[in-house]
Design a protein around this ligand. Sequence first.
Ligand SMILES: Cc1ncc(COP(=O)(O)O)c(C=O)c1O
Length: 383
Amino acid sequence: MDRKVYFDNAATTPIRKEVIDSMHKILLKTYGNPSSTHSFGRSAKTQIEISRKSIAKHFNADPQEIIFTSGGTESDNMLLRCAVQDLNVLTIITSKIEHHAVLHAVEFLDENQLAKVSYVKTDAEGLIDFEDLEQLLKADKAKKLVSLMHINNEIGSILDLDRVSKLCQENDALFHTDAVQGVGHYAIDLEKVKIDFLSAAAHKFHGPKGVGFSYVRKNSELNPFILGGSQERGLRAGTESVHNIVGMANALEIAYDRIEEEQKYLKELKVYAIKQFSTSLPGVHFNGCCSDLERSTCTLINVALPVPEDKATLLNFHLDLKGIACSKGSACQSGSAKGSHVLEEVVPLSHRNKPSIRFSFSIFNTKDEIDYLIETLNSFIKK
Ligand SMILES: Cc1ncc(COP(=O)(O)O)c(C=O)c1O
């Protein structure tokens, strides 16, 4: 039988069986519209509110601060656009290595002269320059919003949320973090770390696709993002996806219940992968700081592979043929073809002609799968 190995968990994760079971129950029995006042509607509404409470608890947040959305992209768009429209934000400070859900949203605001956008410097490891951030924050008196991602989805670098939060508070700026890759994998205590807005998506922590949430700090006074009914305190109209919301809450509960053992497992897996890549593929380059477990997420590595140029274009095809799922990303040297905007910022010139690939892990991956990956890469390079 052909082997299948899934190393693309930063793109999306498989749903846990327990989560599917919880969703299945809702789909079968709790089909009322949560806005209906009869018993069917009330049951659905109850499930939503139980889920909201459960999600809020993991972040030390108030349930009313959790607004359900369709996922990371919607949350990023909602929070950035509402902050500008409703809170007099005139300048957004972000980085060039954010997800497109943030970058394209801020470009829209800039192009339409709704807010000015400044980009904080990042280094070759994908970490932000705090001195530059401070200077940007102090540049003028305009009301500012800092939007920086918690964990970079391509290279895995981790942002020091606490340090950014303190700088924002000192400079009277709002702070949004796209925590899509961090939620469910790392603990975030919103009582200890003052973050005004946060985006999350269930499908990155073994929950369903098409559902996520925005954390909106109390008294933020945002106006409706989607107009219509009065769901989600009027901020986000539309009949709630009850089974998805329940599935998300369930996935998050399991993720944070098992966070210690699962982080330990993932760290061991990543250490093993780094060792195998380093010893079996001389010349491999770990992009950003992804080989450093303190400063990068345990869920992924991003490597520039020592593949001869004439073979590079065939690599992804070959991995796919061998049943290995991963994400390609390249930093184009010429700039003629569109490469990854993140790798453009971090990959040194000496590695730009090599194919870069992200392998992202979950607790369903094994060391044996990593051995298979290394064998496959080795035989491809040597062939
Ligand atoms: C960091 C980050 N932000 C936002 C998104 C978009 O999330 P969604 O696919 O739920 O819209 C992703 C998805 O890959 C992501 O990794």
